[in-house]
Design a protein around this ligand. Structure first.
Ligand code: G6Q
Length: 554
């Protein structure tokens, strides 16, 4: 049997990462650079802050405050070349089945391809299908937003509840929060994901069933949490509307790849919005999974978001690596993860609307690159996906920034900010941005004992008030948080993840750890629910916890 092309691209042509010339050179180079301070690097090159920048589609990246020299960059770029990044990008964009463990193409880029483009999967152009679904979403959104779509009692929809989890929740929640400024304020949007009944109960507690639309978002339509919440929602609706089964069609729509299960649930497939197995959950916020986003911000804004995504897709595919934003971001994170033992990356948006962006990126990055086996099935002997985390600024400054400034760990940070405020209020925005610039400056340059003493600090207090500096950060500046800007930012990180995954030689597109979670509880559920004392065959701790719970819940 011949090896599929995608496998050849990654597994047979590329030598193990640590045997690559650039990798070995980086190991040696890291020893020399480790002792270099950003103070020195900036002092030696007065133009560094202007030179080490790159711009694409209105996103400006300043990466000068990183612990790198021109040589570091040269070697990292060589690593990208040697790792076959260019070929791998082409393989993704041309629909090759690069998700080898699930034998699937990876084509979230097709979700934002213009109508005129052609992307083939198994010989079929998928772009027309993408636009067909977008058009269906548009027609539906217009009907709901105009009040033409009415509920069972003839009232227009005022409340929209997205039921989904993981990739079918985090993107919709993040996008709704991020683009709230553009959303219809007379429509309420809520998101139910957790199987904890509180999530559903709180989401609907002030809603009238006959004004509420549920979007059941689930690629597989079999996910325990989502299906449990969907059934609870149906019961809630029917109870509130007097048990009329026919009301389900007016109050439930589905976003799924599984028409059979959607029909079984009782949703008419006419009200089902499809997507495809080549869209991974965490890469799906711009597919029909974004239906709640479109309902909130309207079809035109949704399409503007897609154009933003597409602009960065084109940039990623065509820009030389030394000016390629996702490639640069990806390479810098590899530099710290593998050569500085950094374990995390902090995402710090100085934009209140992006408050869920770090949570969104946690899934995108950690589910994609939280892998320890290469595409050829070997265990890696280097670190892969770092932990992504963060909070919006300036709030984080009053809590965990202490550790970033003066702790013992190296935490590379991405600062995100916008030149224009969506809610300009007095001096607020200048203050906000002043904090971004001040933080990156303080992290990089710190404060020496001499400077602290010169401020009149008593000797005993000096060590406590010294800031070593040399803490790396990127600053990403854009003009204004528009739908297009959000699309650009998400695509930037999607392709950064792709760059990392390619170099680490892992499959960024499967999630067997998540699949495990989906199966694990199934065995225990009947043991918790059974009327009679179940025979338990777990370890003694799990057996004991189950018995205790059964007793306590009575
Ligand atoms: C995403 C993951 C995972 C998935 C959820 C929901 O990449 O695969 O987070 O999105 O488990 O799955 P369903 O959409 O099938 O319900």
């Amino acid at each position: 049997m011949s090896t599929p092309v995608a496998e050849q691209t990654q597994t047979s042509k590329i030598a193990p990462l640590t045997s690559l010339h650039a990798w070995k050179a980086l190991e040696a180079h890291a020893q020399q650079v480790r002792g270099l301070h950003l103070r020195r690097l900036f002092a030696d090159d007065p133009k560094r802050g202007e030179r080490m920048t790159a711009e694409a589609a209105g996103l400006f990246l300043d990466y000068s405050k990183n612990r790198i020299t021109d040589e570091t960059l040269r070697l990292l770029l060589e690593l990208a070349q040697e790792s076959g990044l260019k070929q791998r990008i082409e393989a993704m964009f041309s629909g090759e089945k690069i998700n080898i463990t699930e034998k699937r193409a990876v084509l979230h880029v097709a979700l934002r391809a213009p109508r005129s483009e052609s992307i083939l999967v198994d010989g079929e152009n998928v772009v027309p299908q993408v636009h067909e679904v977008l058009d269906k979403m548009t027609a539906f959104s217009n009907r709901v937003r105009s009040g033409e779509w009415t509920g069972h009692t003839g009232k227009p929809i005022r409340n929209v509840v997205n039921i989904g989890i993981g990739g079918s929740d985090l993107g919709p929640v993040m996008a709704y929060e991020a683009l709230r400024h553009y959303s219809r304020r007379d429509l309420n949007f809520r998101f139910v994901s957790n199987v904890d009944g509180t999530d559903f109960a709180e989401a609907v507690h002030d809603f009238e069933p006959d004004e509420t639309l549920f979007i059941v978002s689930s690629k597989t339509f079999t996910t325990l949490e989502t299906m449990t919440n969907a059934h609870t929602a149906r019961t809630w609706l029917l109870k509130g509307i007097g048990g009329h089964q026919s009301s389900v069609a007016k109050h439930f729509v589905a976003v799924s790849t599984n028409a059979e299960e959607v029909t079984k649930f009782g949703i008419d497939t006419a009200n089902m919005f499809g997507f495809w197995d080549w869209v991974g959950g965490r890469y799906s916020m711009d597919s029909a999974i974004g239906l709640s986003t479109m309902l909130a911000i309207g079809p035109d804004n949704f399409r503007a978001m897609l154009e933003g995504f597409h602009a960065i897709d084109e940039h990623f595919r065509t820009a030389p690596f030394e000016r390629n934003l996702p490639v640069l971001l990806g390479l810098l994170s590899i530099w710290y993860t593998d050569f500085f033992d950094a374990q995390t990356v902090a995402i710090l948006p100085y934009e209140q609307y992006l408050k869920r962006f770090p949570a969104y990126l946690q899934q995108l990055t950690m589910e994609s690159n939280g892998k320890h086996v290469t595409l050829s099935g070997n265990t890696v002997d280097y670190e892969t996906g770092p932990i992504y985390w963060g909070e919006p600024g300036t709030n984080g400054q009053h809590s965990f920034y202490q550790l970033i400034h003066q702790g013992t760990r190296l935490i590379p940070c991405d600062f995100l900010a916008f030149a224009k405020a969506l809610n300009p209020l007095g001096r607020h925005h200048d203050m906000l941005l002043a904090n971004v610039f001040a933080q990156t400056e303080a992290l990089a340059f710190g404060k020496t004992p001499e400077q602290v003493k010169a401020e009149g600090t008593p000797d005993w207090l000096v060590p406590h008030r010294v800031f070593e500096g040399n803490r790396p950060s990127n600053t990403i500046l854009a003009d204004e948080l528009t739908p297009a800007a959000l699309g650009k930012l998400v695509a930037l990180y999607e392709h950064c993840v792709f760059t990392q995954g390619t170099i680490w030689q892992v499959n960024s597109f499967d999630q067997w750890g998540v699949e495990l979670g989906k199966a694990l509880a199934q065995k225990i559920i009947p043991e918790l629910e059974s009327e009679t004392e179940p025979e338990l065959a777990h370890d003694s701790s799990t057996n004991n916890l189950i018995r205790r719970y059964r007793k306590q819940k009575e």
